[in-house]
Every structure is written in structure tokens, then in C-alpha cells.
Design a protein around this ligand. Sequence first.
Ligand SMILES: CSC[C@H]1O[C@@H](n2cnc3c(O)ncnc32)[C@H](O)[C@@H]1O
Ligand SMILES: [Zn+2]
Length: 430
Amino acid sequence: MVTLSVTGGDVLLPDLTTTRADVLIDRDSGTILEIGSDLEGDETLDAEGALVTPGFVNGHCHTPMTLLRGFADDKPLDHWLEEDIWPAESEFTAADVRAGAELGVLESITSGVTGFADMYFHAPEIAAVVDRAGVRALLGHGIVTVGKAEEAARADAEESLAFAREYDGAAEGRISTAFMPHSLVTVGAEYLEEFVPKARAAGLPVHYHANETQNEVSPIVENHGVRPLAYAAERGLLEPEDFVAHGVHVDDREIELLSDAGTSVIHCPASNMKLASGMAPVQRMLEAGVSIGLGTDGAASNNDLSMLDEARDAAMLGKIAADDAGAVSAETVVELLTRGGARALGFDAGRLEPGAPADLAVIDLEKPHLTPSHDLVSHLVYAATAADVRHTVCDGRVLMRDRDVRTLDESAVLDRAETAAEEIAARVGA
Ligand SMILES: CSC[C@H]1O[C@@H](n2cnc3c(O)ncnc32)[C@H](O)[C@@H]1O
Ligand SMILES: [Zn+2]
């Protein structure tokens, strides 16, 4: 057995208390062996003056959209997608998706993310990046059928199913998959009715955008006579293993449906603010027993992939939405950032204890904005930033040591992304 010891830090335990301890990891199995004093490993990672926390889980992302960061801002969702994003994405090649995914995964590792969910096209390219970079990911091919002829629409749904079947368990089990209709308004009912049972037969969860804007709710009510999540439940899209992105415009009955079904919601506060989509009723959903994780959404609507930013935004916006400074507390947000996201994605991670996957981030506390250290949970949510992440470990492997990413060549990734993004902008005539 080869071991790694993360030494001298304050370790964030599952009950959200911290203790000064070492974390001993079995690198072969990728799990935590012990948390305690004076634990020597074959290799050491210095956590003096730092907080050792479970790795952050980004529950909803489109990593290749890093290539469109700053490409189109300050528009609402429909206009942004239809006028700017979809025309640009229609120019993406498989190599572009790979370059964007490399950039997104690089940024994720540098900000302490050890696991994420991704919906995009050319998904095998993203899987290749995840495999190489050493992170954990739940991946899927996003389906859009509106505006397509039947043959092309069915091919898109078939591709989502085929990708999910083929890649589930890839990268030594670090990749899992889901069937991913883009949303309840961009995929026709006939395709959901035909393909969701096939996904279930393959044992796959389903992930989709739901109730993000009011413009997504009204057409379903008008055409089907029920609100979106009732429509989803009627078509078998609200199961305990499923997770929906956004969940902004949900009424009390839909919150009850989510809670009863055990379907998770991935709250994306930055994207919801930037696109002015609205404020998700996070505190009400939590009180109703809905399982919640956090997500950045794509870098073009955020505009970064830092989950620490997302945590701060979730706490701040949760209070405004509830008109209550006590709502969506720091403790609650840390749960969403780690365990909540892991639960939503079916990862057995998000906690530091013996037997758990060794997915963790080490946050440097010796910084002016993290001094004094009254409350490290408070610091994690309200004061820490991505730049404070010192090391990132996933599955027992050191992905970043002292801010040096070991699994990706940072300058080559930046060069490839810059070139790909310039060429896309030129092709689209921007
Ligand atoms: C078909 S692959 C995924 C698809 O989703 C688009 N997208 C990015 N951000 C959002 C969002 O906030 N709501 C809905 N769709 C979004 C992305 O551009 C891809 O085309
Ligand atoms: Zn999204």
C-alpha cells in the first residue's frame, strides 16, 4: 500500500467542526484511512496554516463553455442562447470542445473542485480530459430536439443514451453518466416518452434544466395544463437519482413533488443572477426536505467556475430571497458545496472520514482576508476565494500541489483555449 499524509491542518469533519489533525490516505484505493495525530505517509502534503475540506462538487456545468467566457454578456437567457451562444456553439469542433473542457477542468482543479456534472456535446472529448486530469465527473450528451427534423432529433437522443451506456464507470470508475435532455421545453414530449424508459432500463439517472425562467414555465402550462415538474413526474423524469439544474420558478406543489420524489436541485445562483432568471427559493426547498447541491452553470453565464464564489452567492442570495439574514446559513452552504452536491450526483464523496473517497481541498488560511480565524466555516463561505486553494486531491491522487497542477500542462491548456476561442469568434463573425 502506498500512502499520502496531509499534515498539520485543521480538518473539516462531517459535523462541520474542525480539528487539528493529519489525514492519512491509501493512494491505491483512493480512500481515507485515518484522521488523527502524527500520521506518517510515504508522501506528505503540507497543510500547516490551512483548512482541509472535502473537495467541492460542481453539480451543474458545461465546461467547454469556458471558450465563450466574456463572449456575450448582459442578456436574458433566451436572447443570450439564441442570438449569441447557440450560433457560436454551432461552430465548435470536437477539438474545440476538448480545448474548452481542458480549460474548465484546469480552472476547477485550481479552485478546489474534485467532482462535477457536465452536459455538452462531443462528450467523449470531455471524458478524455476527465480521465487525464484525474477528477471525478458525471457526464452526459445534452439533447435538443426543437427545430430539428425527426431523424436528427432521434439521433441526438440516441447519442445521449449511447454515450451514457458506453462511458459509465470509465476512468477507473471516476466517470459516471446520465441521460441528459437539455430542458423540458427544448426536448419534445414524444422523445422524453420514448427515451426516458430506455435510460431507466440502462440504470441511468436523468439530468436537465428545469424551471430556470418564467419563459420555461408558461409554455408547459399552456400546452400541457400542468406546471413543469408535474409534467416531468408524469413522464418519469422525477426519480431519486435524478437532478435538475436551477429550480428557480417552482411553486409549493412542485417543491412538494421534488421532496417526495427525492430528486435533487442544483442551485446556480451566479448564473441565475447574471441572466436575471430569478431567485430560487432555497430556504423553502431545504425546509421542505429537498436535496440541494450547488453549480456554476457554464463559464459564459457566471463567468468563472469557482465553487467558493458560488457558495458566497448562495448564502447572500438565499437571504435576499427569503428576506431573512438567518436563511441559507454558512453551515448550510458548506453542506450544499460538499455533501449535497455529492449526494445529487451519486458520488460517495463530500465528507472527510475513514473509508470515504480521498477527495479534498486544502485552503491556505494565512491570508489577510482570512485572519483572524474565529470560524473556519464562515471563512469558507464568506471570505475564501479560489486563489486560496493550496492543494487539490481526488481519489487519493494529488492533482494540484502548491498551486501547481500536476495532471494538465497549464500553459499549453491556456494557449490551446485562446487559439480555439479566437478561431470560433472569427468563424462566427464576432
Ligand atoms: C445541449 S448541450 C447544453 C446546452 O446548454 C446550454 N446552456 C448553457 N447555460 C444554460 C442555461 O443557463 N440554461 C439553459 N441552457 C444553457 C449550452 O449553451 C449548451 O448549448
Ligand atoms: Zn446549464
